[in-house]
Design a protein. Structure first.
Length: 219
């Protein structure tokens, strides 16, 4: 009588279904190693893509903050140049007075940085906003006198510079902080102190050029 086929490993067996156990274990180990490598590689790749996406989103939000804060400064400069007068009636609340500034783009920039940026970048953006508030209210109330604008502007610029350096530190290894955002000379630079005679000469030259343009246009 034929003995039934036994599948398995009995004491002393060195094969399984005719294959050596060493070969089976080696093959299974290779398969598991490959699968594990694929899983780990996919996880690392996915994490790297998420980091890159997050960094790009944060960079876009930071650029939006810088762009809109610059636009706000331009609008504030225009308000300051118009020499806004204080309210004539005591009942008028300066906070309720109309303003020519459209705050929607700036508020959207702050909202975006709140959504996608880390706490340190968001805090630096909030510091810009906190500095803009008193500058705007002072100009809106007509309390800014001649020469105040440059001092008020520089306070906001300091916060903008801090914001840039925080963003550079968080988003890239960019080296030391930037000492300034532009190459604009300091307010005490001698180049700003033009003698009156030079200003008059510049005005005369400008007027002559304008007259020549008008004559040529008429011809």
């Amino acid at each position: 009588m034929d003995r039934p086929l036994r599948i398995g490993r009995s004491q002393g067996d060195t094969t399984f279904m005719g294959l050596p156990w060493s070969l089976i274990i080696t093959t299974a180990g290779a398969v598991l190693t490959t699968l594990l490598g694929v899983l780990v590689g996919g996880a690392v790749s996915n994490r790297s893509q998420q980091r890159s996406w997050s960094r790009d989103r944060q960079a876009d939000a930071c650029a939006q903050v810088l762009r809109e804060s610059s636009n706000v400064l331009i609008e504030l400069a225009a308000m300051s140049a118009q020499r806004v007068k204080p309210a004539r009636t005591q009942s008028a609340d300066p906070l309720c007075l109309p303003t020519p500034i459209d705050w929607k783009p700036w508020n959207e920039a702050l909202a975006m940085v709140n959504l996608v940026a880390d706490h340190e970048i968001a805090d630096a953006a909030h510091a810009i906003d906190a500095e803009i508030w008193p500058v705007h209210l002072k100009i809106k109330r007509g309390l800014a006198s001649d020469g105040d604008w440059y001092v008020l502007r520089d306070k906001v610029e300091v916060r903008r510079q801090d914001f840039v350096n925080v963003a550079r530190k968080r988003l890239s290894s960019s080296g030391p902080p930037l000492p300034s955002l532009t190459g604009r000379p300091a307010p005490d630079n001698p180049m700003w102190a033009f003698p009156q005679a030079d200003l008059a000469e510049v005005a005369n030259i400008t007027g002559d050029i304008a007259d020549d343009i008008a004559i040529n246009s008429a011809e």
